[in-house]
Ligand binder design. Structure first.
Ligand SMILES: [Zn+2]
Length: 102
């Protein structure tokens, strides 16, 4: 998978999530139920109250799941990079110069 494709996929996934409000256990009190409005991610219905917690949600919940879905492609990319390093390591004397380009 190209880095541009990976970027587009991850960007799309991240933009599905929001630091906003949603009704916990709908219907809401206003609609005759017991649900109250809470802050968090409406997409995942996960509750949190601060921007750092939202960033934790993105990095700890959303990204690993998104990368899990793309795992086959990402592994392919990592394998290719490893091969490049192995190739560079094989060149005597020019290792520093070669690895600086990566
Ligand atoms: Zn979310």
């Amino acid at each position: 998978m190209l880095k541009s494709e990976l970027y587009r996929e991850l960007r799309t996934e991240l933009h599905r999530h929001d630091f906003s409000t949603f009704v916990d256990e709908p219907p809401s009190i206003a609609q005759g139920g017991q649900g109250v409005v809470v802050t968090g991610c409406p997409t995942c219905r996960k509750k949190f109250g601060t921007m750092p917690r939202f960033l934790d949600h993105l990095t700890d919940d959303v990204l690993p799941a998104a990368l899990g879905q793309l795992r086959g492609s990402v592994n392919g990319m990592v394998r290719r990079r490893t091969l490049e390093v192995v190739k560079c390591g094989g060149k005597e004397g020019s290792h520093e110069t070669t690895s600086a380009r990566h």
